[in-house]
Design a protein around this ligand. Structure first.
Ligand SMILES: *Cc1c(COP(=O)(O)O)cnc(C)c1O
Ligand code: SF4
Length: 317
């Protein structure tokens, strides 16, 4: 794994002039890239869409435009119990780890107060109590960080515990690991997932077709018999802001039996404004997807709004 800006630039033969800015960004949110992801980046190409997601550039330390802040979603207000977010009636989201295998520069949780949440990491029992007291909850989303960073034994215990709650019909896992660390999809992990016997959904996070190499295809094939596979993408300037790229992404994912779920307009989080795309342009790209793809391969274009009862569609039909 790459953990420093120096190592990243060196591995890809990129110029040293990029180092001061990269170091500054690294201070805000450390550089972290898996070998598997690094292998898919074209050496020497500063415009590589995968590199753009992991290399801090000067823009991160520029002052953010108005409207950008540390917690635009007011997530701190949605904390129902330590490590548990309850924003939408029927589903809760659990944060059991702050760890990720890769650090995405646009991450909306880069400023999340994980440290304050950490003391209760193993306290799954308290989350279960909250769920029992809220019978409208029928789905539990494991998120983070990346929930598949948890050890298999801990995941297994969580799956078993959730299985004991009859109100929970679905366990959903939001993870980037099948894409950025495909070797994580082991037999032991699959066994752990099976400990929840009802509906299982796994939402991967893939932004560009170049992220899908043969190892990812194999990892997805192993997950497919156990879970419904969906993908969410964040619309990012300089990474995937053309209809052509997103059409290719939907088509390639479909070949792996993954259906597109959401195309997110980025949250206005401090230090990420250089990735932002105007709504008008996002809608234009989405119209092109709708024209070119069958309906089932068109992701819903959404943004998250503090206090809204669900994600907000940018196009309502
Ligand atoms: C996005 C999100 C969900 C899930 O929303 P869906 O529309 O069901 O995918 C649940 N809880 C929180 C806090 C979220 O941010
Ligand atoms: S994998 Fe997800 S949570 Fe982790 S850094 Fe990337 S966007 Fe953020």
């Amino acid at each position: 794994m790459i953990r420093t800006p120096e190592a990243l630039l060196q591995a890809l033969g990129l110029p040293e002039q990029l180092l001061p800015a990269a170091r500054q960004g690294h201070q805000l949110f450390p550089v972290r890239v898996t070998q598997a992801f690094l292998n898919r980046i074209r050496p020497g190409d500063l415009n590589d869409p995968l590199l753009r997601q992991v290399l801090p550039l000067t823009n991160e330390t520029e002052p953010s435009p108005p409207g950008f802040c540390k917690d635009p979603l007011a997530e701190e207000h949605a904390i129902a119990s330590p490590g548990l977010l309850h924003k939408y009636t029927s589903r809760v989201l659990t944060v059991s780890t702050s760890a990720c295998a890769i650090h995405c520069r646009y991450c909306f949780r880069r400023h999340f107060p994980y440290a304050e949440q950490r003391q209760s990491q193993d306290d799954f029992a308290q989350k279960l109590d909250y769920i029992r007291q809220n019978p409208a909850v029928n789905e539990v989303i494991l998120s983070g960080g990346d929930p598949l960073m948890l050890p298999d034994a801990q995941l297994r215990r969580q799956m078993e515990a959730l299985a004991t709650l009859p109100q929970i019909r679905t366990v959903r896992i939001h993870t980037r690991l099948p894409v950025v660390l495909p070797e994580r999809i082991t037999d032991a992990l699959l066994d752990a997932l099976e400990c929840f016997p009802r509906q299982r959904v796994l939402v991967i996070h893939c932004n560009h077709p170049q992220e899908l190499d043969a190892d990812v295809v194999k990892a997805l094939a192993r997950l497919r018999p156990l879970t419904t596979l969906l993908n969410q993408t964040v619309l990012l300037r300089g990474v995937n802001d053309t209809a052509e790229t997103l059409i290719q992404l939907s088509q390639t994912l479909f070949e792996c039996d993954v259906l597109p779920y959401y195309l997110h307009q980025m949250d206005p989080v401090e230090a990420t404004h250089h990735f932002a795309i105007a709504d008008a342009r996002a809608v234009e790209i989405h119209r092109e997807l709708t024209r070119s793809l069958p309906g089932y391969l068109v992701p819903r274009l959404v943004r998250e709004e503090a206090g809204a009862p669900s994600k907000t569609l940018l196009i309502s039909s």
